[in-house]
Design a protein around this ligand. Structure first.
Ligand code: PHB
Length: 360
């Protein structure tokens, strides 16, 4: 199967085209510091061609979820090192997803000097779990000043550099699923009147500046980007505008020689998502990862048909640390069980066994 072919992204050699998708698991400390069993968890999954580690915030303002890890101080940098070491010792490669939650968060989840920031002061609909109260409405964000925009771009750049220092092979900038860069792209979240809002090129400016400054800092072949056109953050957008926006964005990205472009679909599998994926593939000459409920068979089909270069699997990696070996041997997969997806500790996290060890 093509899925198991070795593959290179930039200077990173991968053992297969199977990617472990970034998965929020909320195991870090309240200070957003990774803990020891995160190294076990990632090390156990090093059989993936590439692991994209869960979203880590580049800023104290970007940790909107409880127990989400960060990478904006030295303690966090040191605490990520065992994770990258465990993966490398087991022969794998690992990128870090850089995820700033922007308005998708709550003040109670941030430390007291941090603030919920967004392009405009428009609340995210829905509720979020907080440390001190169960579900709460999302906080009303503060509209970012131009200084906030500048500082935040600098935080992304500094996080990219720290990621390499922590041993990651690269970073993935998270511009999907309604998080900060996605908020800048969306007309329903961004009503700014300055150069970061309004026209398509203005709404793309924040993301492109983040990318360009990270390229200068660490090199384009160490940077991937995740987007999710027409997924749930885009439900309030005009579908035609979403198509135009992403076609324009991807043409810009094509000039930048990134490690990869990662297309994710969350939620309903609507045809418009997949027809846009095909259009984007035509205008983008670099590597594309697709993510969204693939099986081994559909993944291989997508590769054979030239729709993608790599396929990411998310939830199946949770209970199947040896997912690639199971695929290769046609061994059964564990059932998905949500009980421990977002709980603290090792249970339902780093205690899943490889298939060969299970019966012993
Ligand atoms: C989540 O924690 O619910 C989450 C995080 C990152 C995503 C999507 C969902 O990209």
């Amino acid at each position: 199967m093509k899925l198991f072919d070795a593959f290179n992204i930039g200077s990173t050699a991968l053992s297969s085209r199977v990617v472990m998708a970034p998965l929020t698991r909320r195991r870090s400390t309240r200070e957003n510091v990774p803990v020891a069993h995160m190294a076990d968890y990632y090390g156990q999954r090093a059989g993936a061609g590439l692991i994209i580690a869960e979203g880590a915030s580049p800023s104290p303002n970007g940790v909107g979820y409880c127990n989400m890890p960060g990478l904006f101080n030295n303690e966090q940098l040191e605490a990520w090192k065992p994770c990258t070491k465990a993966v490398h010792e087991n022969g794998g490669k690992i990128f870090l997803q850089v995820m700033h939650t922007g308005r998708v968060g709550h003040q109670n989840n941030l430390n007291k000097n941090a603030q919920v920031l967004a392009p405009s002061a428009i609340k995210q609909a829905g509720e979020v779990t907080t440390y001190d109260f169960e579900k709460q409405d999302y906080s009303l964000p503060k509209a970012m000043t131009l200084d906030d925009v500048r500082n935040t771009i600098n935080e992304f750049t500094s996080c990219s550099k720290m990621a390499l220092e922590a041993g990651f092979d690269g970073v993935e900038i998270h511009s999907a699923h309604g998080y900060l860069p996605n908020q800048f792209l969306n007309e329903s979240a961004n009503v700014r009147q300055d150069e970061y809002g309004g026209s398509r090129s203005n709404r793309m400016r924040f993301l492109l500046e983040v990318i360009d400054e990270s390229i200068t800092a660490i090199g384009s072949d160490k940077i991937g980007l995740r987007i999710s056109p027409h997924s749930y953050a885009d439900v309030n957008e005009k579908p035609e505008e979403v198509n135009e926006l992403y076609l324009e964005l991807v043409k810009e990205l094509d000039l930048r020689n990134l490690a990869y472009l990662h297309l994710s679909h969350m939620g309903e599998a609507t045809p418009i998502k997949f027809s846009l994926w095909k259009e984007l593939r035509k205008v983008y000459s670099g590597n594309i990862i697709l993510c969204g409920d693939f099986t081994k068979e559909t993944a291989n089909e997508a590769l054979e048909n030239g729709e993608a270069d790599m396929i990411a699997f998310g939830r199946d990696f949770i209970a199947n640390p040896d997912l690639v070996t199971r695929f290769k041997n046609n061994w059964p997969l564990e059932e998905r069980d949500r009980t421990y997806w977002y709980t603290l500790g090792e249970k339902g996290y780093s205690d899943y066994k490889n298939f060969e060890l299970k019966e012993k």
